[in-house]
Design a protein around this ligand. Structure first.
Ligand SMILES: [Mn+2]
Length: 444
């Protein structure tokens, strides 16, 4: 795969020498924004002109429309692998740096396709879209940009249990370049920006049952230890920090572990995982341009705006979890579901389904579906645990098959997947899903 990446670097070099204008298209989640940032930062350093667009999904009509645009080179990051056939017929040069599923179409000579799946590397664990993008520019002497690739990996939930595979190589690059440090610490968020009770309540990964997503729970937990809940973690005395650490570790040992920090970054971006949360909050609130400009080095007002967005987004999640705590999920035989027509709850339904499971507000032994109504359709986010997957549950397959029954669409991974169905079919859909999961659990 590194050879393939070098082909991309060579293609890029040629265009840089020719003063080309380059078009970057990337995905609007934390990984996609990081991917765009890797490429854009590299090009800016080489004084190359470029134009970046961040989109929620690469659609056929966009692929058709780009064909007639007057750029010398297109770079698609964290997306594009499904459209190699179209890019083969472009007159332009194209670099695709993706990590999603590939199809059988081979790239022609105008297209360089970097994707871990082409090299039997696990794209859900060992390389992100930002990582693929980084590989394309790495040999332009850009190891100091490696940490952006790790931000992307965190965004796609690849770094939380340590970096493996190609991600590990990228981690080594980041350390070697001298701007990334690893140290052991409490993995709670917003240590420098929020009062400690909020830091704890906003920490969803690793989950702290009884505290994550629960302001009252977090306050009571601190009060029980006579710790003041209103000060920031960074303002606590060392003894207080030790006390806190011990109590948190007894709830979840994973709360203490490796933290990855970029010392030269602004305080709120210093921790790579938190950096990914900021970009995620920007993307989820349709402020991907803000996320990108932060990743391109804008500070002050941009950071203030992002912090505000992040607070808002986290408060929505907390509100959602409070609702789950109060109402619980609707139970069927083998699955459970959450349904609401509330605007705020709908916007975080998938997130609260998944955090609800990890913080044990929801029964771990049943996959959960978060349903939100959008006009005549219902959007479904399905989540389950690794344990249920090992018992046979495959939500991607079940959501695909059951939604197809009602003229909807669906699919994804075994552990997390989504679907869209007509609202009128919701009840029937739920029962079929219930039967399918039961069948998956009973057949092996
Ligand atoms: Mn990605």
């Amino acid at each position: 795969m590194l050879n393939r990446a070098n082909e991309a670097t060579d293609m890029l070099k040629e265009h840089i020498e020719n003063d080309a204008v380059i078009r970057i298209i990337s995905h609007n989640d934390a990984d996609g924004i990081s991917a765009a940032a890797v490429v854009a930062n590299a090009l800016a350093e080489e004084n190359v002109q470029f134009h970046t667009t961040i989109v929620p999904r690469l659609k056929q009509d966009m692929v058709n429309q780009l064909r007639s645009e007057k750029y010398d080179l297109f770079i698609f990051s964290d997306m594009g692998s499904q459209f190699i056939g179209d890019f083969n017929t472009y007159k332009h040069d194209v670099i695709v740096a993706d990590h999603h599923q590939v199809n059988d179409t081979e790239a022609e000579s105008n297209v360089v396709h970097i994707n871990p799946h082409l090299f039997e590397i696990d794209g859900s664990k060992d390389l992100s879209g930002a990582g693929s993008a980084y590989l394309a520019i790495r040999n332009l002497n850009k190891k100091h940009l490696a940490y952006y690739a790790l931000v992307g990996a965190f965004g796609d939930m690849q770094g939380q249990e340590g970096f493996t595979g190609v991600n590990k190589m990228i981690l080594d690059d980041a350390i070697e370049s001298g701007n990334l440090e690893i140290h052991e610490d409490l993995k709670i968020v917003s240590k420098t920006t929020e009062p400690i009770f909020k830091s704890l309540a906003y920490t969803f990964s690793p989950p702290l049952p009884g505290i994550s997503g629960d302001f009252d729970g977090a306050r009571e937990f601190l009060e029980r230890m006579n710790l003041s809940y209103g000060i920031k973690f960074t303002d606590m005395e060392d003894e207080e920090k030790d006390l806190l650490k011990e109590a948190l570790v007894s709830i979840n040992p994973d709360i203490f572990g490796n933290c990855y920090t970029v010392v030269k970054e602004a305080p709120m971006l210093r921790d790579l995982e938190e950096y990914s949360y900021i970009l995620d909050a920007c993307g989820k609130n349709k402020k991907q341009g803000l996320g990108l400009s932060i990743a391109l080095g804008e500070k002050d007002q941009a950071l203030d705006a992002a912090l505000k967005l992040q607070r808002q987004y986290r408060d929505q999640i907390v509100k959602g979890l409070e609702w789950v705590k109060k109402e619980g999920a609707q139970q069927l035989n083998t699955i459970q579901y959450l349904y609401s027509e509330d605007k705020v709850l709908k916007s975080v339904m998938g997130t609260i389904a998944s955090i609800g499971l990890s913080v044990e507000l929801l029964d771990n032994s049943k996959p959960v579906l978060g349903l939100s109504r959008l006009h005549k359709d219902v959007k479904i986010s399905g989540r389950t645990t690794r344990e249920m997957v090992s018992k046979g549950v495959n939500l991607g397959k079940a959501l695909q098959d059951s939604s197809n029954n009602f003229g909807g669409t669906g699919g994804g991974h075994d552990i997390a997947a989504g679907a869209m169905i007509p609202y009128e079919s919701m009840d029937n859909f739920l029962h079929i899903m219930d039967e399918m999961v039961e069948y998956q659990l009973n057949s092996d």
